[in-house]
Design a protein around this ligand. Structure first.
Ligand SMILES: Cc1cc2nc3c(=O)[nH]c(=O)nc-3n(C[C@H](O)[C@H](O)[C@H](O)COP(=O)(O)OP(=O)(O)OC[C@H]3O[C@@H](n4cnc5c(N)ncnc54)[C@H](O)[C@@H]3O)c2cc1C
Length: 367
């Protein structure tokens, strides 16, 4: 049983991540929800790093033995998952209200909720807490059980969706004196662009003309032109790093943003969520098939290794590519030096490439 607080229309319109690691793509195809992804997703074998008037390509595929990323919006992944669930006939309730958990310590946890005005109770074998950072699941774990680690950042991302063909075949990550910029895309007709802004920035201060002017100056490169188009969505995303562990309490298992958040610079949030639920699904299957709880018992530890790798990579990419307003010229020179090293050393570039395309998804059978 899946309980979702929002409407189907809301979930299918929500614009978020767009870069799928190789392992995420493989998992979605294996799960039978990869047809549109394979037909419409854009496979990228590289990314560009732009700084100090230079542009360098990091050849992801060549550096990782052929592993790549696929640009396919999270919105589209969500649509595909909802369609597959609807086709299966298994229950998925939208607009479930007042979801609450009880008794996760015991072997029959109870999930209560309201739907279409009526109160309901579910008695479950186990509960997968996949309800995001602000959801109810993590908060249902009694105080003193979870350890948490957190880091804030003195900036946010202003993101726009623009109806114009991307001005680049591959993503461009730019560090500029005025701040970070990213040229991404959702399809051959739709561009997704981001700018570093102050965390308390108001959207009203960013009319379209200002967004384009800032993107032009931060992404500038000799002989390259940024194509502009109609902006259909504009939002500001705060940046935060957060980890809660263990990702299990009794019969409740946390997955995705419910347990951890990364700044989006490393494109890891959605990929970590898919890796968690892949590991959890396999552990649950194993438990029902064999009665062995080994997979469930090892779930948190197995996920945490990947989570912390993604935490470090996302933090590292973020501090290298953003301009910290509190930083001095020394910090600026360190970041430039790191970028120059990455773009001149195969070993350094391989480190970025391996992390960007993602580590392989851990299996229950793996030790
Ligand atoms: C605005 C924004 C932009 C982002 N951009 C990027 C990006 O560019 N790149 C990237 O890698 N990552 C990005 N992320 C992060 C990425 O989208 C998340 O890491 C990913 O969505 C995590 O998936 P999840 O399933 O764990 O959580 P979610 O996608 O948040 O899903 C949780 C679901 O639970 C539902 N829910 C919440 N509370 C309840 C409740 N009490 N009862 C029932 N249902 C509930 C929510 O409505 C939601 O549908 C972005 C996130 C945001 C918010």
């Amino acid at each position: 049983m899946i309980l979702e607080a929002r409407s189907r229309e809301y979930c299918e319109a929500r614009v978020r991540a767009g870069v799928l690691e190789q392992g995420t793509r493989d998992v979605l195809i294996e799960a039978g929800v990869g047809d549109r992804l394979q037909a419409e997703g854009l496979v990228h074998g590289g990314i560009h790093l732009r700084f100090a008037g230079e542009d360098h390509r990091i050849a992801l595929g060549e550096l990782t033995g052929g592993r790549t990323v696929t640009v396919y919006g999270q919105t589209e992944v969500v649509k595909d998952l909802i369609a597959a669930r609807a086709d299966s006939g298994a229950p998925l309730l939208f607009e479930a209200e007042d979801v609450e958990l009880a008794g996760v310590d015991g072997d029959r946890p109870v999930v209560s909720y309201r739907h279409a005005g009526a109160a309901h109770e579910l008695r479950a074998d186990l509960v997968a807490g996949c309800d995001g950072f602000h959801g109810v699941c993590r908060r249902s774990i009694p105080a003193g059980i979870l350890s948490t680690w957190e880091r804030g950042y003195p900036f946010a991302w202003l993101g726009v969706l623009a109806h114009v063909a991307p001005s680049t075949d591959e993503l461009i990550y730019a560090r500029h004196d005025r701040g970070f910029a990213l040229h991404s895309m959702r399809s051959t007709e739709v561009s997704r662009l981001y700018l570093q802004v102050a965390p308390d920035e108001e959207l009203d201060s960013w009319p379209d003309e200002r967004v384009w002017a800032e993107l032009r100056s931060r992404l500038a490169y000799d002989g390259w032109t940024l194509q502009e188009g109609a902006v259909s969505e504009k939002s500001i995303t705060p940046m935060r790093s957060f980890v809660a562990a263990p990702m299990r309490h009794g019969r409740l298992f946390l997955a995705g943003d419910a347990a951890h958040i990364v700044p989006p610079t490393g494109a890891k949030g959605l990929n970590l969520a898919v890796a968690d639920v892949t590991a959890l699904a396999e552990a649950i299957e194993d438990w029902y098939a064999t009665g062995s709880a080994a997979g469930l018992d090892g779930y948190s530890e197995r996920c945490q290794r990947r989570v912390w790798r993604a935490q470090q990579f996302s933090w590292w990419m973020t501090q290298m590519l953003h301009v910290d307003p509190g930083d001095d010229e020394y910090g600026h020179q360190l970041a430039l030096s790191q970028l120059r090293y990455l773009t001149s050393s195969t070993a350094a570039a391989t480190t970025l490439a391996e992390n960007y395309v993602g580590l392989t998804v851990s299996r229950v059978s793996a030790t």
